[in-house]
Ligand binder design. Structure first.
Ligand code: 13P
Ligand code: SF4
Length: 349
């Protein structure tokens, strides 16, 4: 059980909701503390826990940690929800993370600070198109990345996240099961290279990781010869090939802590620095170069959808119990099978 579960909030004096929400967006520490106190009160009233991804704003990560919630990668987010007895889960991340929580916890109310937080991988893998792709390879099973809709998970044989994808594909490949991979082509290529699984790949990518550039990274590495390079496998192959460690967000945070290097060049969403700094306070963290700060930069190492989560929309969601994730029950039941197989597989590792 989390050490935060026994926190007592009864004696705290809480600001009025209207006072907190009417503050200017450029809030100071006092205003932030008021918002956090209000969130604590609301979570208690609504019997709710926050599950946040490392790419969300550090205020969200902080309040999740302070209230016995969870901040983690997408696999741990999915596992945490199922381990909680609370009636409501507030998922601060992107839509597929909220849907995964609903798929695994149909009895719980799943809320999100915004339902507009999408994922480019999910958006670029519509279920009807994927079905046509799948029908071209009737002898192959379909493995989908967790960054997909409930409809896509419902048609898949397996769901997986980046933290255990190499292990799952190795396992299936050893059984001589031929595979289709969707939607992230970079992660798919990485998995093919690591496992020789020769999967057929869907053609989509993450707009954030797509921006990391190998040529600029090589230059930065020459200027920082003592730095380790940490790369999320959604990055392009040329960038992955330069990495000392390739892994999920949790694995990159562990590497930051455990590698002997004092300097890290990090190719993933820069909000991960909040946790990296906590894990390794004395290390120097450098953002891997993206397309640039100019007109061509779409994301500048920060997911625009993750950035939509903030303390204000988190408060509004809790007050109104709005932005509920609804998944059609027939789809959910099918998606549960492939998603729960991932949870069971993770237990064997
Ligand atoms: P992780 O599972 O590594 O947290 O990745 C999720 C994601 O969306 C990365 O862009
Ligand atoms: Fe999707 Fe990329 Fe954002 Fe992750 S960083 S949620 S893969 S768009």
């Amino acid at each position: 059980m989390s050490k935060f579960n026994n926190l007592k909030f009864q004696n705290e004096s809480f600001p009025k909701t209207s006072d907190v929400l009417n503050n200017s967006p450029a809030y100071n520490e006092k205003k932030k503390a008021d918002k956090i106190n209000l969130i604590k009160k609301l979570l208690k009233e609504k019997d709710a826990k926050i599950i946040a991804h490392y790419y969300t704003h550090e205020d969200i990560q902080e309040v999740a940690e302070l209230t016995g919630g969870n901040v983690s990668d997408s696999l741990e987010m999915a596992k945490f929800g199922a381990s909680q007895s609370s009636k409501t889960l507030v998922v601060a991340g992107v839509r597929f993370m909220g849907e995964t929580a609903k798929i695994l916890n149909p009895e719980k109310k799943i809320l999100m600070p915004t339902l507009d937080a999408e994922c480019s991988l999910d958006l670029n893998c519509p279920a009807p198109e994927l079905l046509k792709f799948r029908q071209r390879y009737p002898d192959r099973q379909l493995v989908v990345y967790a960054n997909t809709s409930a409809e896509v998970k419902a048609m898949a044989d397996w769901v997986v996240t980046s933290s255990i994808a190499v292990k799952l594909i190795e396992y299936l490949n050893k059984k001589n099961i031929k595979l289709i991979w969707a939607p992230d082509k970079h992660l798919g290529n990485y998995l093919n290279d690591k496992t020789n699984a020769n999967m057929k790949l869907w053609n989509a990518s993450c707009i954030v990781h797509e921006e990391f550039k190998a040529t600029a990274l090589i230059k930065l590495m020459k200027e920082n010869k003592d730095a380790a390079v940490l790369v999320h496998p959604e990055s392009p192959k040329e960038v992955v090939e330069l990495a000392d460690v390739v892994g999920s967000t949790s694995q990159l945070i562990s590497a930051c802590k455990n590698l002997p290097h004092n300097k890290m060049i990090v190719a993933t969403d820069n909000r991960i620095f909040y946790k990296m700094k906590k894990a390794a306070p004395n290390k120097i963290l450098i953002e891997a170069p993206t397309g640039g700060k100019g007109a061509t930069c779409i994301s500048c190492a920060h997911c625009p959808w993750m950035a939509m989560n903030n303390l204000d929309n988190l408060i509004e969601t809790l007050i109104d119990e709005k932005n509920e994730i609804i998944v059609d029950e027939t789809i959910r039941k099918k998606a549960f099978i492939s998603t729960n197989k991932m949870i069971d597989f993770a237990k064997t590792l």
